[in-house]
Design a protein around this ligand. Structure first.
Ligand SMILES: NC(=O)C1=CN([C@@H]2O[C@H](COP(=O)(O)OP(=O)(O)OC[C@H]3O[C@@H](n4cnc5c(N)ncnc54)[C@H](OP(=O)(O)O)[C@@H]3O)[C@@H](O)[C@H]2O)C=CC1
Ligand SMILES: Cc1cn([C@H]2C[C@H](O)[C@@H](COP(=O)(O)OP(=O)(O)O[C@H]3O[C@@H](C)C(=O)[C@@H](O)[C@H]3O)O2)c(=O)[nH]c1=O
Ligand SMILES: [Mg+2]
Length: 301
């Protein structure tokens, strides 16, 4: 693949990660970005036909059903998009002899481990979203195409639907805000995921051992915090410009009941990605500062 411009089929281009991937994959080749109107992943039967019509050299699939609570009442749709569709994409890739890069989530874990999860830890999802994402991982692995499954966590950015934008709005609107303080993980900026993914793809496609290096890799920011801790950091950044912000209180999970259960700890260990591809994302606090375009803490003034 060295030096060759590849045709890349990219799904989910209006999503957080897909939007950023459109830009970070552009230097690698021709990006054929498809949205739901061109490739509806709920239509499992149409996927193979669409892939064959596009005839890509590589498939990158950040599209997913990501509404965690709603998934509890739409398990069939979530399964179609998160499990059946990646399986079809991977089978199409295997049939064409091309590689697939797929994304998954920290919510495949049950959160009972106190340390960071490695790729060797057994998944045990607590809800429909996590279960369908795990089924997607398994379907991709089974298909036999060279593949990377990149597990991210707590994805945010300045675009789309995410916790950062929700909290910025609520902190401005409300007098007080109660946020759970007993679920831990690492917030991860969508742009860094997309930049790291492009770098990993270049290094992976350059290797002779794409099948041997196929598998699951954890790709999320370093460190960990709670949802309240993440909100406190968002609040601290906002305080530079906004005089009046909601007071923050810590609550237990039981104080914010949701249809889907979430892991108490889903910090991901990034050592395997660093050892294999030389890529590691910065700590979540550094990433948040980069995203919000604040002064970088260590920068020389
Ligand atoms: N968001 C998060 O916190 C985390 C996400 N991940 C994983 O990372 C990946 C990227 O997530 P993220 O970018 O945040 O997701 P988003 O929810 O921001 O975007 C998902 C995209 O998938 C598309 N999509 C949904 N249903 C269909 C369908 N039937 N056919 C075609 N496209 C569809 C959406 O299209 P449309 O715009 O039309 O709705 C949207 O563009 C996913 O695999 C996700 O599971 C992992 C950890 C955390
Ligand atoms: C809005 C709000 C949420 N919370 C809690 C609810 C929940 O336990 C936690 C996180 O809320 P959210 O529902 O926004 O986050 P959630 O949808 O669970 O986010 C997850 O999305 C999927 C797609 C992933 O893959 C995960 O990595 C993760 O990012 O914060 C509060 O405590 N107070 C609040 O005001
Ligand atoms: Mg959500």
């Amino acid at each position: 693949m060295r030096g060759v411009r590849v045709r890349i089929l990219l799904t989910g281009v209006n999503g957080q990660v897909g939007w950023e991937l459109q830009r970070t994959l552009a230097p690698l080749g021709e990006v054929i970005a498809v949205d739901r109107s061109r490739l509806d992943l709920a239509d499992t039967a149409g996927i193979r036909r669409a892939v064959d019509a596009i005839a890509p050299d590589l498939i990158v699939n950040p599209a997913a059903y990501t509404v965690v609570d709603q998934a509890e009442s739409e398990p069939d749709l979530a399964h179609a998009i998160n499990a059946a569709a990646p399986g079809e994409l991977a089978q199409a890739a295997a049939a064409r002899g091309i590689p697939l890069v797929h994304f998954s989530t920290d919510y495949v874990f049950d959160g009972r481990k106190s340390a960071a999860y490695t790729e060797a830890d057994a998944p045990n999802p607590l809800g429909v979203y996590g279960a369908t994402k795990l089924a997607g991982e398994q379907a991709v692995a089974r298909a036999g195409a060279p593949h990377l499954i990149l597990r991210a966590s707590w994805v945010y950015g300045l675009r789309g639907r995410n916790f950062l934008l929700t909290m910025q709005r609520l902190l401005r609107e409300r007098d007080s805000l109660a946020v759970v303080d007993d679920q831990f993980g690492a917030p991860t900026w969508s742009r860094l995921i997309a930049e790291a993914t492009a770098l990993v793809i270049v290094r992976w496609l350059d290797r002779p051992d794409q099948i041997a290096t196929s598998g699951i890799y954890h790709l999320s920011c370093g460190g960990r915090t709670s949802w309240r801790g993440f909100t406190a950091a968002i609040r601290a950044h906002l305080a530079a410009t906004d005089a009046k912000l909601a007071c923050l209180t810590a609550i237990p999970t039981a104080g914010y009941p949701t249809p889907a259960a979430r892991p108490a700890n889903s910090q991901l260990d990034g050592d395997k990605l660093a050892a294999t591809f030389g890529v590691r994302l910065p700590d979540w606090e550094t990433a948040l500062a980069l995203c919000l375009d604040q002064d970088f803490p260590q920068s020389i003034k």
